[in-house]
Each structure stands twice: as C-alpha cells, then as structure tokens.
Ligand binder design. Structure first.
Ligand code: GLP
Length: 246
C-alpha cells in the first residue's frame, strides 16, 4: 500500500491554500459530500479560504457537515463549545444552512444515546465522503485518544493530560472538561477521503511516529497508513525529512 499522500509546504499561507484547494476539489467532484470537520487551529486558515472559493463559484449548498468532537456537558450557546466554533469558522462563512449540520450533542443527560444517534446519522448518510482533521500532539484524531482501536464507535472518552493541556489556551485559562465525545475512529478511517492538516514544529515528532511506526492504537492517526485516499498537508516546520512527493 502506498500510504498517505504527503504535501509539504513552506509556510502557513501555503498550507491554507493547499488544504483549501484539496477540500474544494473534493466538493467539486462530490457536491453532496458528507463532511466531518475538525476545529482546532490547524484547518482554520483553510476554512477561511474555502469560504472565498464559495463566494467565487464553489457550490457548497448540498454538502452536509458533521461535527467531529465536543466537550462533555458543554451546551450550544457556550462560546467554548466546539459546535459553536465549527459554526463560526466553517458553517456560517460558507453559508451552509443549519439543517445540513449534524451536531454531536454532548450537553444532554444521555450522551451514550447521543453517540448512537450520531452514528445512525453517519450510517444513513452512507458514511463520510471527506474527513478534515487535525493531528493531536498524542496522535489523536478528533478525540480518539490513545489507545483507540480502529473499530471504535462514536463514544465518550476521558481526555489525556496532553489533550487537556493543548486545549487549555482555547479555554482562556479555565479548566478543560476531563471528558469529551468524539466521532469514532472507525467512521473516520472509513471516510472515502481524509485530509489531515498538520502545522508547526510541535507536531514534528508525532507526525513522524504517525507515518513510520507500524499502525498502533497508541498512535491512533497511524492507522491512516492503511487508508486508500489519505492526504497529509504539512508545513516544513512539522516535517522531519525530505518530502516523498510534491
Ligand atoms: C484537538 C481536537 C482535534 C484537533 C486536534 C488538533 O484536541 N480534538 O479535533 O484536530 O486536537 O488541534 P490543533 O489543530 O489546534 O493543533
């Protein structure tokens, strides 16, 4: 198996441009794509450029957007919620209507049921056409923390100390919840195309492990080595050897 397609770019604006172009071409070839989309700092610039593509002719009116992950107990309307972040930085700028968004609702009293409903909606959509992901410092995808089995369903997880620490800046110094909900690794790995945006020197070691270690639940992203259409767009700061392509 060839492994993920790697695009190494020089800087942040290149990263945004390449990632946005790849997302746009995926939508062009599949205008009704079901897309699961990460928040986090890595894909934000690409989303901004994608909105520009949408203003200049890219038709996004038929895509469906699925939330990737959420902190447990955080409701909509809370500015810390990843749902609000996704709406603010992706859904609203693209002009996608709310009824084409599938929320991962972590605010209710029965999160296990919300997870089952979410997986039901993914299944009803025929699976994800596209997963736009970031890479956690510990190799997580969404909040599929190590160890995560590649068959894991959408579920409630306990966050690792690394994930709590790396998300602290987004909480303005307030305590990060210790549990979260995440789309299962199983449905992410089954996405017909996966695009992972990797930015900055802090990701260099985990990206090297993701690509070079034999796939292991201890580095959940390493299962992307077995994916037929995975694209990793990475800036030079996060890349630790000569590019294999592009
Ligand atoms: C966070 C989120 C992921 C995100 C990843 C990388 O903890 N759970 O959805 O993709 O970690 O975030 P960033 O792009 O800010 O480094």
């Amino acid at each position: 198996m060839a492994g993920p397609h790697i695009t190494v770019v020089d800087d942040a604006s290149d990263l945004d441009r390449r990632a946005a172009a790849l997302i746009a071409s995926t939508i062009r070839s599949r205008p009704d794509a079901s897309i699961v989309a990460a928040t986090g700092s890595s894909p934000i610039g690409a989303y901004r450029l994608l909105a520009r593509h949408a203003r200049t002719g890219l038709d996004v009116g038929h895509v469906r957007v699925f939330q990737l992950d959420e902190y447990l107990g955080v409701g909509s309307g809370d500015d810390r919620s990843l749902f609000e972040w996704m709406m603010r930085d992706l859904v609203s700028p693209l002009g996608i209507s709310r009824d084409r968004v599938v929320r991962l609702d972590a605010s209710g009293h029965d999160p296990a049921r919300a997870c089952r409903e979410y997986d039901g909606a993914v299944c009803a959509a025929g699976g994800f056409d596209l997963a736009i992901l970031g890479l956690g410092l510990n190799g997580h995808l969404g909040f599929n923390e190590p160890p995560s089995d590649p068959t894991s369903a959408t579920r409630v997880v306990r966050l690792s100390r690394e994930s709590s620490e790396s998300n602290r800046p987004y909480w303005g110094g307030r305590a990060v919840p210790d549990r979260a909900m995440t789309a299962g690794l199983s449905s992410l790995l089954a996405a017909r195309r996966v695009i992972v945006v990797v930015r900055g020197a802090s990701k260099r070691d985990i990206l090297a492990r993701t690509l070079r270690e034999p796939p292991t639940p201890w580095v959940p992203a390493s299962f992307l080595q077995q994916h037929a259409d995975a694209h990793i767009v990475v800036d030079r700061a996060a890349w630790s050897e000569r590019p294999r392509s592009d």
